[in-house]
Design a protein around this ligand. Sequence first.
Ligand SMILES: Cc1cc2nc3c(=O)[nH]c(=O)nc-3n(C[C@H](O)[C@H](O)[C@H](O)COP(=O)(O)O)c2cc1C
Length: 196
Amino acid sequence: MAPLIMAVLGSPRLLGNSAVMLETFCQGVTDAGGRVELFNLARLNVAPCRACGGCEQDGECVVQDDMTGLYRALERADGLVLAAPVYFGTINAQTKAFIDRCQALWARRFVLDRPPLPPGKKCFYLCVGGRPTAGYCQNALAVLKNLCYVVNMELTGHLAFPGVDRPGQITALAGALRQVRQAGRDFTLSLHEQRE
Ligand SMILES: Cc1cc2nc3c(=O)[nH]c(=O)nc-3n(C[C@H](O)[C@H](O)[C@H](O)COP(=O)(O)O)c2cc1C
């Protein structure tokens, strides 16, 4: 069976830079014979974590919203690609809500002593920021690293583009989308290899 990649768009700009990068990455996935399941966080209802501790009983979140479907998607996917912009120096709010709700997976691992997810999953992060500042992506990347550590996913790589602000501006950045598409191919090929 072809590897299944869960593609998560974190930006609320449906035609923005993250959206373009994610679509291009997914083209690379299909080039390499992978399958894609796409989720758009801005179109979903994912509330912030309430820190109620309910998940510490059974590893399931008590909040009934669209995150329920996202947990199931995380469980079945072989890989996760997340495209999200930098807001105020870190990952944007829609994406952070999704990440914080992975507290239920934290509870599986660190409270209930169970695997947070089936093992062997990989993750790739696509980052964009408007300011042409060195290190603009550092905090967002640190958040992603933390997520991957908690849910026991390998962060195999990331691509980050500073100074890209207007919606779709990424298309004018020489070589950027070629790199993103190649990353999608390579990511998928590594998942194929893992299955062999
Ligand atoms: C509320 C808000 C906060 C932002 N904060 C930052 C920031 O701290 N650093 C930065 O480089 N860009 C910042 N930006 C610019 C976005 O990262 C930039 O416009 C990016 O291209 C948006 O990606 P998208 O098109 O995928 O939505 C911010 C944008 C918004 C709307």
